[in-house]
Design a protein. Structure first.
Length: 395
């Protein structure tokens, strides 16, 4: 374990008087960090201990990934403030500190206690001390990159979103909250959407063995996961898109996650089936009354007449609503089907900051890209000039 308390710096040549000081400890083992911070609640289901346990068990040590979990305390009182599930990895000679993510986590966030900063001044002090500690950690660091962070966490400000280094993310979340009556939510949908879902269910259930189910048997969930991998891989190949979730390490991560999270209800696997055929699958994660969709697949053109993707979402929502779920999160990327379910956009922010001279070119490019995103037409033109594909269409 590395323990560092950063000294106050003098931003812009001015000393910060009476600012809070923070003690930063870095640990390399997730189980050790979790034991130290058992009272910290997850900001989103992605920060749940089971997600992070599966993530670090799978990815630590792969492709030079070094766990660097930051436990932050108030230097004066010793009271715990936050936990940041971080890693450090080497990319083209640059040591980059980032969340435990690598493309698997849609929302990144610090895990906070009641003592966490609630205003910009305290947040800047925490950020100052964290960056100083990262620079002085063994091996140092050149860049810190923290993408896709919600602006609010459980109704309170995300202190990292209050920083001057934080800028709007090009992606946003998509979520909705229902009341206690699910039929009231259903009737709030556009009539065309509601009638289409009803028609899809009628068409699907014409098959005598058609069924919707939430699967709780571990072996069966792993079988469904294998089918999901095949269906998603086939779909991505048809679209000509690069698909990373089926590579060996990512596949192992999801097997670890499902194998360890189905029994207690954290992982929710649902399916539409006709006999032995799997028509559609949906994998989500749940923390209390918050359910978040992670992966979805269907068997393709053969079943398109019953819109299996939308149908499995609606049936899963109805089943989980009966079990107490009220917040349904459709995650990032603004597909049109999400709008039809009535989601609201959840704003997200990114941070990218240099920690050494090697990181400065990357930080400057990030600032330029952030400014470019404020002008969509210019950004689209720049992507064409660079030969990059357009962003995913909202369809």
């Amino acid at each position: 374990m590395v323990v560092l308390t950063a000294a106050a710096e003098k931003p812009d040549g001015r000393e910060i008087h009476h600012a809070r000081r923070f003690r930063i400890e870095f640990v390399r083992e997730w189980k050790q960090a979790a034991a130290r911070c058992s009272d910290i609640s997850p900001a989103t289901p992605f920060q749940h201990p089971q997600w992070l346990d599966a993530w670090y068990r799978t990815f630590a040590g792969v492709d030079d990934v070094e766990p660097l979990i930051a436990i932050i305390s108030d230097a004066a009182t010793g009271e715990q403030v936050a936990l940041l599930p971080l890693i450090c990895r080497l990319q083209k000679g640059i040591r980059i500190v980032e969340f435990a993510d690598l493309g698997t986590t849609d929302y990144n966030a610090p895990m906070l206690t009641a003592a966490a900063p609630r205003d910009a001044r305290a947040a800047r002090a925490l950020w100052r001390d964290l960056k100083a500690a990262l620079r002085r950690a063994p091996g140092g660091a050149d860049l810190i990159r923290l993408p896709r962070m919600p602006v609010e966490l459980d109704g309170r400000p995300n202190p990292l979103a209050l920083l001057d280094d934080a800028g709007p993310c090009s992606l946003n979340g998509n979520a909705l909250t229902t009341g206690d009556d699910f039929d009231t939510y259903r009737y709030s949908l556009d009539r065309t959407v509601r009638k289409e879902l009803e028609r899809s269910w009628r068409v699907f259930t014409r098959h005598p063995t058609a069924a919707f189910k939430i699967i709780t048997d571990k072996n069966e969930t792993l079988r469904i996961l294998s089918t999901m991998e095949i269906q998603q891989g086939t779909r991505m190949q048809q679209l000509g898109l690069n698909f990373i979730l089926n590579d060996e390490t990512c596949a192992a991560f999801y097997r670890n996650l499902v194998g360890g999270g189905v029994d207690n209800g954290y992982v929710v696997v649902s399916a539409l089936t006709v006999g032995e055929e799997v028509v559609a699958t949906l994998l989500g994660i749940r923390a209390g009354s918050h359910y978040l969709m992670v992966r979805i697949s269907n068997a393709g053109e053969k079943w398109s007449n019953c819109s299996p993707g939308r149908l499995i979402i609606e049936r899963t929502m109805a089943a989980l609503h009966k079990d107490g779920v009220r917040k349904f999160d459709f995650s990032v990327v603004n597909y049109a089907y999400k709008r039809r379910f009535g989601v609201a956009h959840v704003p997200l922010v990114d941070i990218l900051a240099a920690l050494s001279w090697r990181g400065w070119p990357h930080a400057l490019r990030d600032r330029a890209a952030r400014e470019l995103r404020r002008h969509p037409r210019l950004a689209a033109h720049a992507r064409r000039m660079l030969g990059r594909p357009p962003r995913l269409a909202e369809n």
